[in-house]
Design a protein around this ligand. Sequence first.
Ligand code: GLP
Length: 242
Amino acid sequence: MNIYTVQNYEALCTKSADLISELIQSKPNCNLGLATGSTPLGIYEELVKRYKNGSLDFSKAKSFNLDEYWGLSQEHPCSYSYYMRQNLFDHINMPEPQRNIPSGTASSAQSECFLYDQKISEAGHLDLLILGIGRNGHIGFNEPAQAFNMETHLVELDTVTRQDNARYFKTYEKIPSHAITMGIQSIMNAKQILLIASGSGKTEALSKMRNGQIDPSLPASILQLHENVTVIQDVDAAGLSI
Ligand code: GLP
């Protein structure tokens, strides 16, 4: 793993946006894997800025989001579909048919998962996948489990995850209990992974990810087996702040 520790969140966003921009400029028809959560927000803001000043063109790129809450429609303000439109898609020129996010309201979760994997394999593989990390070491919504779940699947969310994401919902009860997430196989098939982490809440998960056993109880530990992972963390996440 290539690990970069930067001074603060702003530097994390600039460095991450540089890496993503390089790919889009060298391969305009690239497949991007996209994450949600609070960490990527500043990166998306920076990408929008670069699109608006003419240095980025998303017209040929495709995107595949990692996950979506099960039960939330695209119009629900807490859905990841809504998040992506608000924070990125409404401000850039990636055509709608090239943007992929699992549907949280499909009539069958099982067939939605199957179709999502099919779409990713039809596209080939992800050229660059942005990953955040949960405090419990989850990637996408691949939660701690007894085995790595390779396919896109419906998952029951961990208590830690529901607590961490409670801030977006009016009450704890309103947080969906399940989500659809890209599985470990599509994640590991990505040519390059950019894992971003900010804040001291991530220090323990990051350290276990790098130095612990490869174990499904800490899903991010599987990344030790990937050949091209770049971690961009701020000093707080690295555990270096005073
Ligand atoms: C959510 C997302 C993950 C993300 C994680 C961390 O649970 N499903 O993909 O990595 O949150 O989020 P944050 O960046 O807000 O810490």
